[in-house]
Design a protein around this ligand. Structure first.
Ligand SMILES: *Cc1c(COP(=O)(O)O)cnc(C)c1O
Length: 224
């Protein structure tokens, strides 16, 4: 199946209210265009530098999501390039983003990434530090908190993700009752998005399901 066919087949399966982010990391700009031509309205990249190159000639109406870990030395570029930064996970980063957004006269939409499964190799704020980070982002004049993001562990049995997704949904719903503009619960990737959607995700981030496996020969972009 082609990228367009993959995209349309997945889009057709998902409720209209669910945002499908086509994750183009490691793939060339041609495939990004194919997805956009097939109707993709949201594009996800996980590295600022790679996105800067690929977005250069992309004068299309798409919403750009940063889904990868962001270093503070890249915040200016990130604020310039992305509509939604999904990976805010520390006060240090939030402070740097707020400052950069102020310089651009922009209110930057962000999600807070939660490391619910406490995986040491993954970024994301630990659950016990979430409230403090939310308060910090609330006080940052140039940031607008739009919701939460989570990456589930790569369990051998995918059903093991379900309790984590459910817990995130609960957290999200609780926070949402007292907040405005708190709209997005981003969870679910190729291997687990169906479960994520069942548990209330309204943003899913799909790479492999749309573009096929990422490998060293995909485009010019190497995974390290
Ligand atoms: C790469 C990536 C995805 C997409 O992963 P697939 O398994 O290819 O769908 C989603 N979210 C994040 C944060 C990623 O880095």
């Amino acid at each position: 199946m082609s990228v367009a066919e993959n995209f349309r087949a997945i889009r057709a399966k998902l409720n209209d209210k669910i945002i499908l982010v086509a994750v183009t990391k490691n793939h060339g700009v041609e495939l990004m265009r194919e997805a956009i031509d097939a109707g993709a309205k949201n594009i996800g990249e996980n590295r600022v530098q790679e996105a800067a190159e690929k977005f250069q000639n992309l004068n299309r109406e798409v919403t750009r999501h940063l889904i990868g870990h962001l270093q503070t030395n890249k915040v200016k570029q990130a604020v310039k390039l992305f509509d939604l930064i999904e990976s805010v996970d520390s006060q240090h980063l939030a402070a740097a983003l707020d400052k950069a957004a102020a310089q651009f006269g922009k209110v930057q939409d962000v999600l807070i990434q939660v490391n619910l499964a406490r995986e040491v190799q993954k970024s994301g704020v630990l659950p016990e530090d979430l409230d403090a980070l939310i308060n910090f982002v609330d006080d940052a004049k140039n940031l607008r908190l739009r919701g939460l993001m989570m990456i589930a562990p790569n369990f051998s049995e995918v059903e093991q993700c379900r309790p984590l997704f459910r817990q995130m949904r609960k957290l999200f719903d609780e926070l949402k009752t007292s907040r405005k503009d708190f709209d997005f619960l981003s969870m679910g990737m190729t291997h687990d998005y169906e479960i994520a959607v069942e548990e209330g995700a309204n943003v899913v981030r799909l790479g492999t399901a749309i573009f096929g496996e990422r490998s060293l020969t995909n485009g010019n972009y190497r995974q390290v």
